[in-house]
Design a protein around this ligand. Sequence first.
Ligand code: 5GP
Length: 181
Amino acid sequence: MQSSQTVAIHDLTFVPLLSEQQIQTRVGELGAALLARYEGQTPLFISILSGAFVFASDLIRAYDDDCEVGFVKLASYQGTQSSGSIQTVMGLEKQLTGRHVVVVEDIVDTGRTLHFFLDLLRQQNPASICTVAFLRKPEAVEYPVAVDLVGFDIENQFVVGYGLDYEGLGRNLPGLYQLME
Ligand code: 5GP
């Protein structure tokens, strides 16, 4: 699957965008920023599956203090509306009322996933919500969504690695790769 520089997955070739070292350094900075924000509190990190699981696992270990972790799995349904909506497939078992919640997302593309999930979250009256995205594509954003912490802003290109897949493969790559033009 892997050559020295490029990565072939199914029918496509990807080129390196971010090294494992670059990613780990930035995740450490994000962890430190969260530590400063939640000093003395016990935030609940909610990782949106599947893509965010690698980022979330590194981020909580960069957060060197008490915290809890939960997971949600979301699915999008187009239905009759072109915008579609997001539904919870696997919900949270934890009570969110009064909690400080950190939403961990892999990538904000159109912003649709995060936008709808934040609506669901607010209905449960958490004490505060902080959104953290490993990646954001500023040119692709269609839904108004505030991302408090962003790992990297990238161009509007398809990427794989560090939890993100192309048709099921590539999630286990420690670096990030972008589709070769
Ligand atoms: P949204 O458009 O709702 O912001 O993004 C929805 C989801 O699409 C993301 O959570 C992510 O799983 C997936 N996605 C968006 N852009 C990419 C990309 O470049 N590569 C991969 N592998 N998934 C992406």
